[in-house]
Design a protein around this ligand. Structure first.
Ligand code: FAD
Ligand code: NAP
Length: 570
């Protein structure tokens, strides 16, 4: 622990400048970045190690879908020069060892308290500080709080009748045990065919006696075409890594597979030309397919050409016509994040693999040794839930976060109100609280390492601004949040992202409405964030310590929340 973190407040509570929740890619970089500003930092992490997503998702086949040379930090030239990736797309153990290396190289662990869950964060209006409490009895005060709790971090196990009486083993891809799991000789069931399912199905199929895949929605899949990375191709990038990163930042999703993006519509090409383009991209593997034509996610007719190509691929690979029809997606191409993996469709030609369509006949219940679904009863020794995660803000909802008015953050998002944030990072009534990769930022539509570094840099600069101007609190204005949310809506309106239920679209169990969460438009988002900062943090109120104390005193005398004091920026 840094010495500066050992301060105690008047209330006998430990005090630091910044508390960070989560030690994934975001929490690690935030720790590094804020320490560089000379601030004392404390990180709480529920897991026993660093890595977040890559700590928890240890399922067989877990691998990144953005190329390793890009799915990595760029904040340190030395780090990006010295780290050597072994594959085009790194597997989970390699990403995790990279993140452990980062934690060691920059001595980040000394500020992280592992195995500790933050239960609450409450704004103490008298001091203008956040008071944070954990499940292990820690109580700490901090001027700033950064929620690096992840947008894909709260695993969802569906509430299925009888699960508690099922005698077999039960796994979730995002809660995978550290010890090796053997499926040899077992009848295995997998529920879910998103990317996690698509990555682990081919590998589990090789071990299992029989694998039954329960599919509710067929998603679009392209081969990832992974291969070992040789020293020469890495050296080519490393000669000018900075330029490589800068170029990628200009791409629509912040990664190189966005280039070349064909301008114009698929409909401007003959069917033969479309096929040639799609075939080239199918052979490239990965996200190149998404950039085949710029109107794929805008024009349903153009979209249908990509869908048709991919269905023809399925029919050419999968032997059984009934199975191949089930695997052909019925949703718009790209409305869910495109899935990629290795030998996914080929796996359905194995004699020990069967596909059960549960779109019309859903799962009804577990018995002690089977799952009733798709109108049949399937004997199982174990079940793997590849059922994904609750929505982007679920990890935040689970913390009792209360702002200036004392209202809970999660209540703000109940009823007809959607989880919105100004710039995807800040929320009115919650001064000095920042969220990384929140709704209203590109987050899950982008190369997330890049988006995370951008968010954290922006937050660090904002904190530095507050402190250097002798201010105490920074808080988003409600009207700025509203305008930002409207802009997020406008960007998504008219796209086919709205055309299906996905992680991009708000969890309809929340309030029944459908709302799009990420900010579409990668370089544009970064420019807008930079403009806000360059304009002296437009859309924010800033208060100095005396104003915060004055407001608190007036609240105590009136018993009413005081007027937010607006100060001239210094
Ligand atoms: P996380 O890695 O989710 O870390 C959040 C941390 O916060 C967790 O460790 C959690 O334990 C901790 N936490 C949460 N709540 C609390 C609490 N109350 N108290 C204490 N600790 C708490 N994105 C890409 O761009 N490319 C990819 O290739 C890619 N691959 C992925 C593969 C998988 C299997 C999954 C699930 C996601 C993938 N993603 C990918 C998205 C991925 O989540 C991000 O790229 C990135 O790892 C997120 O980092 P993070 O630090 O923001 O969040
Ligand atoms: P996901 O994409 O949300 O997929 C979950 C799957 O489970 C879907 O097929 C869903 O069906 C199904 N499902 C959920 N509840 C069900 C129920 N009650 N009954 C039957 N089926 C049910 O989750 P994921 O695959 O874990 O991926 C989550 C996120 O992480 C995505 O953004 C993904 O891109 C990312 N991820 C990335 C990588 C990578 O990049 N390498 C790897 C894994 C995950 P419906 O579609 O019908 O809801």
């Amino acid at each position: 622990m840094h010495d500066s973190a050992k301060l105690e407040s008047a209330k006998g509570m430990e005090q630091v400048d910044v508390v960070i929740v989560g030690a994934g890619i975001a929490g690690l970089y935030a720790t590094y970045r804020l320490r560089k500003l000379g601030l004392s930092v404390r990180v709480y992490e529920a897991g026993s190690g660093v890595g977040g997503t890559w700590f928890w998702n240890r399922y067989p086949g877990a691998r990144c879908d953005i190329e390793s040379m890009e799915y990595s930090y760029q904040f340190s030239e030395e780090l990006q020069q010295e780290w050597v990736w072994s594959e085009r797309y790194a597997a989970q153990p390699e990403v995790l060892s990279y993140l452990n290396h980062v934690a060691d190289r920059f001595d980040l662990r000394s500020d992280i308290v592992f195995y500790t869950k933050v239960l609450s964060a409450k704004m103490d209006n008298a001091s203008g500080l956040w008071v944070i409490k954990t499940n292990r009895g820690n109580r700490i005060e901090a001027q700033f709080c950064i929620m690096a709790t992840g947008a894909v971090s709260s695993p969802r196990i569906p509430d299925i009748t009888g699960l508690d009486r099922f005698d077999g083993e039960v796994f979730h891809t995002a809660k995978w045990p550290k010890k090796e799991v053997s499926f040899t000789g077992k009848n295995v069931g997998i529920i879910g065919t998103g990317t996690s399912g698509i990555q682990c199905i081919p590998i589990i199929a090789k071990d299992a006696e029989h694998l039954t895949v329960f599919q509710r929605t067929a998603n679009y899949y392209v081969p990832i075409r992974n291969y070992p990375l040789d020293a020469e191709s890495q050296a080519k990038i490393k000669i000018d890594y900075r330029a490589f990163r800068q170029r990628n930042q200009q791409m629509p999703y912040g990664y190189s597979a966005g280039d070349p993006m064909n301008k114009g519509s698929a409909l401007d090409r003959t069917p033969e030309e479309q096929d040639a383009e799609y075939e080239w991209r199918w052979q490239q593997g990965g996200f190149y397919f998404l950039a085949a034509f710029e109107d794929l996610l805008r024009n349903p007719k153009s979209n249908a050409t990509a869908a048709d190509f991919l269905c023809r691929k399925i029919r050419s690979i999968v032997d059984d016509p009934e199975t191949s029809e089930m695997l052909c997606p019925k949703i718009a191409f790209g409305c869910k994040r495109l899935s990629m993996g290795t030998d996914y469709y080929e796996t359905f030609n194995r004699p020990n693999v069967s596909l059960v369509d549960i779109s019309d006949n859903p799962i009804t219940e577990f018995t002690t040794n089977s799952l009733r679904a798709g109108g049949g009863n399937h004997q199982l020794d174990c079940v793997v839930f590849a059922t994904g995660f609750f929505d982007m803000v679920d990890a935040l909802r689970r913390i009792d976060i209360r702002g200036r008015s004392g209202k809970r953050l999660s209540d703000r998002w109940e009823g007809n109100r959607n989880p919105t944030m100004y710039l995807g990072m800040v929320i009115p009534d919650f001064p000095n609280l920042f969220v990384v990769s929140g709704p209203g930022s590109p987050s899950i539509t982008s190369n997330m390492v890049q988006s995370i570094e951008q968010n954290v840099d922006w937050i660090a600069e904002c904190i530095d601004y507050v402190r250097s101007k002798n201010l105490h609190q920074v808080e988003a204005k409600p009207e700025a949040e509203k305008q930002w949310a409207d802009q997020v809506d406008r960007l998504a309106a008219g796209t086919l992202y709205h055309a299906c239920n996905s992680r991009y679209v708000g969890d309809s169990t929340n309030n029944g409405s459908r709302y799009f969460m990420p900010y579409l438009g990668y370089p544009d988002y970064v420019n807008r964030c930079n403009e806000v900062a360059a304009n002296g943090y437009s859309g924010f109120n800033m208060s100095c310590r005396s104003a915060v104390e004055l407001r608190s005193r007036s609240e105590r005398t009136d018993g009413k929340p005081g007027q937010q004091q607006k100060l001239q920026r210094a």
